[in-house]
Design a binder for this molecule. Structure first.
Ligand SMILES: [Cu+2]
Ligand SMILES: [Zn+2]
Length: 191
């Protein structure tokens, strides 16, 4: 009886040891993966979005690079609920109150306006951002069609981010009939 108990105890501790080891391995791996995603060193360019056309819209657009892939993450606040066109425009200039100083859509490949990933579309045709009743919305897109800080024709640095009053219909030329410019930001290289 005592022997059986000893065997059971030995088996139980061995099992426990394996569980603890697995847990430790698990703990070790999670922070490493998170580091890659969250460290500020992976943020390569940023635009602070401010109000235009008498709106109170605010937000940020961050561009991060992972190999050839660049991800833009846009967060906006204080916008009306619904769909708002969002684009990269050719000038990093938000000096005019209506945002028109940012110029037209960034279109280095000289093609028609359209929907990202479908037929012809400007390199600045991000699409629409969906804003909820709380006035906030986020948008994310990953592509290998841009560069950050290279000074080439497809470098996003020095361009503008514009948020519109209405949705982009992906069809109307030259800019999707998205209405007034309610948010504007200049894309700048990050530290
Ligand atoms: Cu636009
Ligand atoms: Zn466009």
């Amino acid at each position: 009886m005592k022997k059986n108990l000893l065997i059971f105890a030995t088996k139980a501790s061995f099992f426990l040891l394996i569980c603890v080891s697995l847990a430790l391995v698990g703990c070790e791996r999670i922070p490493q993966q998170t580091d890659v995603i969250l460290t500020s060193s992976t943020i390569r360019a940023i635009a602070i979005i401010g109000p235009a056309s008498d709106s109170i819209v605010t937000g940020t657009a961050t561009f991060t690079q992972n190999g050839a892939q660049i991800t833009v993450l846009i967060d906006i606040q204080n916008a009306s609920a619904g769909s708002h066109g969002v684009h990269i425009h050719e000038n990093g200039d938000c000096s005019s109150p209506d945002g028109k100083s940012a110029g037209g859509h960034w279109n280095p490949t000289d093609v028609a306006h359209g929907k990202w990933g479908v037929g012809e579309y400007h390199l600045g045709d991000l699409g629409n951002i969906t804003v909820g009743e709380d006035g906030t919305g986020s948008f994310e897109l990953t592509t290998d069609l841009w560069e950050i800080g290279t000074g080439s024709d497809i470098d996003v640095v020095g361009k503008g981010i514009i948020v519109h009053a209405d949705a982009d219909d992906f069809t109307s030329q030259p800019s999707g009939n998205a209405g007034a410019r309610i948010g504007c930001g200049v894309i700048m290289l990050a530290e």
